[in-house]
Design a protein around this ligand. Structure first.
Ligand code: GDP
Length: 328
């Protein structure tokens, strides 16, 4: 039986990856950041019915001693570094924290692995936000980076330190450059989930409008369940490497949003309000990835389409909001 240690286990990808690895027979450990509020941090793990099946360890990416303790306790074959301050907009409000967690945090984990568990395989959650002001119309592993936010800049540091530790110390360290990936477990602050939640609220009569910023931006959206499979495949390869993971299709926020309203039988034009306060200081206008390398080397291909995913998200939000209304 293999053992995995996941940072960011309470997030969207951590939950889906845990489920995937448990199905493969892994023992799954997760690093959880302590917080003084008694919030239900395992809500996503409970949503997937696996909360009791993963072992949570206290730790924090900015405290390397805690990472060493987690590695000693879990003795993992594979480490997946998914933890980050991951919301782009918030990264302008807390740029230094974002750098410490999202950037230096990856270096801390690599350093911990180098010191106490150098045979452990390492996955770094890199991001299409590193392409930012995209230098090529379709982005591949060879496209130059030009990040547009403190988040993107921090992810770029984490990406290059992963490559560097592979080249410097021979660690089995791989980086997945994942384009946006969504699901009903996506955080409410991201645009797809904000839309599915907003549409569900309007449908149920709980709200009348949905406020968005720049709806002309384009993203290449996949389903998180498909994308965690790619993470695992990277660590099963003999040689570590970097891979773009994307669907190859790009859609405007406007069209994604319209699909959600249409599915709920509502007119987008009756409810959508553009709020200039939600525009970003620097925008990533358009992303679309070419995952040919992942397809050829890993045998990976996405299964879920955007429309199907949006329907799943709207349905899940209607169900959640309806049951919380009944309880009230
Ligand atoms: P990102 O690609 O990691 O920044 O993912 P997001 O889901 O946060 O944002 C995707 C795009 O949606 C960006 O271009 C945002 O500017 C745009 N967008 C427009 N309105 C909103 C909004 O209200 N919330 C968020 N999060 N993004 C919005």
């Amino acid at each position: 039986m293999k053992t995995a240690l996941i940072t960011g286990i309470t997030g969207q990808d951590g939950a889906y990856l845990s489920q995937f690895l448990l199905e493969k027979g892994y023992e799954v450990f997760g690093v959880v950041r302590r917080s003084s509020t008694a919030e239900a941090h395992d809500a996503r793990l409970r949503f997937l019915g696996i909360a009791g099946r993963v072992k949570l360890l206290d730790g924090n990416l900015i405290d390397v001693s805690s990472l060493i303790r987690c590695l000693r306790e879990a003795k993992p074959d594979e480490v997946y570094n998914l933890a980050a301050q991951s919301f782009v907009m918030a990264s302008w409000q807390q740029p230094l924290l974002t750098g410490q967690v999202t950037g230096l945090g990856a270096a801390n984990m690599l350093e911990a692995i180098r010191l106490v568990a150098p045979r452990t395989r390492f996955y770094q959650a890199s991001s299409s936000e590193m392409f930012g002001l995209a230098q090529e119309p379709v982005q591949t592993e060879k496209t130059p980076f030009h990040p547009r936010s403190p988040y993107g800049v921090s992810k770029l540091f984490a990406h290059w330190i992963t490559v560097n530790y592979r080249e410097s110390f021979g660690l089995h360290a791989s980086s997945g450059i994942l384009f946006n990936h969504e699901s009903p477990l996506r955080g409410i602050e991201f645009v797809t989930r904000k839309v599915s939640d907003g549409v569900a609220r309007i449908k149920l009569g709980l709200a009348r409008e949905l406020r968005l910023g720049n709806i002309d931006a384009k993203r290449d959206w996949g389903h998180a369940r498909d994308y965690v499979r790619a993470m695992w495949l990277m660590l099963q390869q003999e040689e570590p490497d970097d891979y773009v993971v994307a669907t190859g299709r790009t859609t405007t926020i406007r069209d994604m949003c319209r699909a959600a309203f249409d599915y709920a039988g509502l007119s987008m034009d009756d409810h959508l309000v553009i709020d200039p306060a939600l525009f970003r200081p620097a925008e990533v206008d358009e992303l679309v990835g070419n995952a040919a390398k992942a397809r050829v080397r890993l045998g990976w291909a996405p299964e879920a389409g955007l429309e199907e995913m949006i329907r799943e998200m709207v349905d899940a939000d209607i169900k959640r909001l309806s049951s919380s209304q009944k309880q009230a």
